[in-house]
Each structure stands twice: as structure tokens, then as C-alpha cells.
Design a protein around this ligand. Structure first.
Ligand SMILES: [Zn+2]
Length: 306
């Protein structure tokens, strides 16, 4: 990715020198789900609105709300102890190259999503991206880097310990800059879901579900975040800043962090009922679908086969 020299986002909060301090903790209430779609919501043809209407109908009748307790579940199947180790990057330089890369990718997502929202008559609100080292406190509670990057809908922030990138490369076999860009874009995809109300509907639906059903629903929300990452990649490609092999490296990352591939690697067998992010094939398929068309309407993972 030809990212050097491009705009870097100033929405980075570098907390790598802290140890899980900072933000006041505690679980957020439902009031923290903001849907700053304000302004003009007319235009019945809006793709976002169509998606919302579809989802609202589909989700109807469930109680809020679980996700505030645990973020979006991160990029990876969390909690299973499947990722057990990250290096301490507490001494990373304050403005190292990887930080600049992340800030540039974040800026690119800001530009792309601002444009997409605007085209729908909506206003995009930039998320913050918190760089942390080892552990962090968010509005979604305390989190360890072992769970991988995540998005917290309660405070509209993406949380990233960049040592995950090394893990992605060395442990999961997903190398390349654009594999890393995909990680950021996936989390920003959850932010888009939060802004558009998809995530709160998801949380409402999840209430009262069996674990297996909740996992299946989680797969759908995760695959949509992959698709949104693909939409971002589509517009990024149009800017002419992708290099040969970039998309392939993102697709490979999607493959390497598929539930089936991860489980095979970590435990030697797969437990499909426990899948909550999607198989390698599903993750690649939805990332590629978003990338090909750049259309949000092609990212409806909520209904139909996935
Ligand atoms: Zn995710």
C-alpha cells in the first residue's frame, strides 16, 4: 500500500506507556449507543436505511443488550485462550512507523466512510483508535491484548495492541501491510455497524438466545464487518494506492483467522457450533464481495445464506 506521505488521522490515542489506565471503566448503559445519523434521514432510497429497515424488522422483539459488556468480540474468536501470548511493546517509540501506518489507514477509512455516509445524506462520526500495550480499560471493561483488537461500541473506539501484527505474521501466517490494514478496517466496520444501529439491533437479538444461536448471529455481524472492510478496500483501490499483492494479503489474513483454520491450528479439530467469526471461506468471500462492488447493499449478511 502506497501509504507514506498521505494524511494521518489525529484520532489516535497512544496509551502504550500506560498500563490499562486512562478511561473510566464500568459498563456503559444503553444510552451510550449513539446513532448520530441525525440530519437528513429522508431519501427512502438510502442503502443504509434499507439495511436498517430490513434489520429492524428481522430483529424485532428482542431485549437489549449484551455487547457493551464485551466489545464486539474482536477480530478473533476471543476468550477461548486461543491466543495466548503477545510481546510487550511498552517501550515502543512514540511515533514509530507502524503507528504512522495505522494512523494513515485510519485516515483513509475516515475519508471513505465520510464519503459513503454523505452520499446517503448521513453524517459519519470518526472513531478513535487507542493504541495500547498489554492491557487496556475501555467502556466495555478491561481487556487484554490476548483477545486481539476490538471495537467498543460504548465509547466508539477501536483498541489495538500493535504486537498483534507480529502475531498475525509469525503465528498465523498472515503477512503484509494490507493484512494489517484489513484488521483496522474490520474494526472500523464495527464502528459503521454501531453508527447505523446494526450493532444495537444485534445486541437486542442476542438476548435470550442459546449460545449456539448467538454464535451464529455473531458470525453474521462479523462477516458484515469483513464486507465493510472490503468496501473500504474497494475505494482505496480506486485511489490508486494499492500495490500488487495487497488484496491477496488481506484475503489471506481473512483465511488465516477463520474460525475453522484457527481451531485446527490451536486445538487440532473444529467445533462448528462455537464458530463466532466465520470460516476462512466465509471471511474471504465477504471481504471479496465488499471489495468487488464497493456497495453496502452487497454486505447484507443478516438474511439469507452466508
Ligand atoms: Zn469483529
Amino acid at each position: 500500500m502506497l501509504w507514506r506521505g498521505r494524511r494521518q488521522s489525529d484520532n489516535i490515542e497512544d496509551e502504550r506507556s500506560d498500563s490499562g489506565g486512562g478511561l473510566g471503566g464500568g459498563l456503559g448503559g444503553d444510552g451510550q449507543f449513539r446513532i448520530p445519523i441525525g440530519g437528513r434521514t429522508g431519501g427512502g432510497g438510502s442503502i443504509l436505511l434499507v439495511i436498517l429497515v430490513v434489520l429492524a424488522g428481522w430483529y424485532f422483539g428482542f431485549d437489549p443488550s449484551q455487547i457493551l459488556g464485551g466489545g464486539d468480540g474482536g477480530l478473533l474468536p476471543g476468550g477461548g485462550g486461543q491466543i495466548t501470548e503477545t510481546q510487550d511493546s511498552g517501550n515502543a517509540p512514540a511515533n514509530d512507523e507502524m503507528k504512522q501506518f495505522v494512523a494513515t489507514v485510519l485516515a483513509e477509512t475516515e475519508d471513505t466512510w465520510t464519503g459513503i455516509f454523505k452520499s446517503q445524506g448521513l453524517t459519519y462520526e470518526d472513531p478513535k483508535l487507542v493504541l495500547f500495550s498489554g492491557q487496556v480499560r475501555s467502556a466495555c471493561g478491561f481487556a487484554s491484548a490476548a483477545a486481539g483488537p476490538f471495537y467498543c461500541p460504548g465509547d466508539h473506539k477501536v483498541y489495538l495492541d500493535m504486537t498483534f501484527f507480529q502475531q498475525l505474521d509469525q503465528q498465523f501466517g498472515a503477512s503484509g501491510e494490507f493484512a494489517r490494514a484489513y484488521v483496522v478496517a474490520h474494526e472500523v466496520g464495527h464502528h459503521v455497524q454501531n453508527l447505523t444501529g446494526i450493532m444495537s439491533k444485534f445486541n437486542q437479538m442476542r438476548q435470550g438466545m442459546s449460545e449456539a444461536d448467538a454464535n451464529q448471529l455473531s458470525v453474521r455481524i462479523e462477516l458484515q464487518a469483513d464486507c465493510f472492510a472490503g468496501v473500504w478496500a474497494h475505494y482505496t483501490a480506486q485511489k490508486g494506492i494499492l500495490e500488487q499483492g495487497d488484496i491477496e494479503s488481506a484475503l489471506n489474513a481473512a483465511k488465516q483467522i477463520g474460525d475453522d483454520t484457527l481451531q485446527k491450528r490451536m486445538q487440532g479439530y473444529v467445533v462448528p457450533e462455537s464458530f463466532n467469526h466465520g470460516t476462512s471461506q466465509q471471511r474471504q468471500t465477504w471481504l471479496a464481495r465488499g471489495y468487488k462492488s464497493g456497495k453496502l447493499s452487497d454486505c447484507n449478511t443478516m438474511t439469507g445464506p452466508i
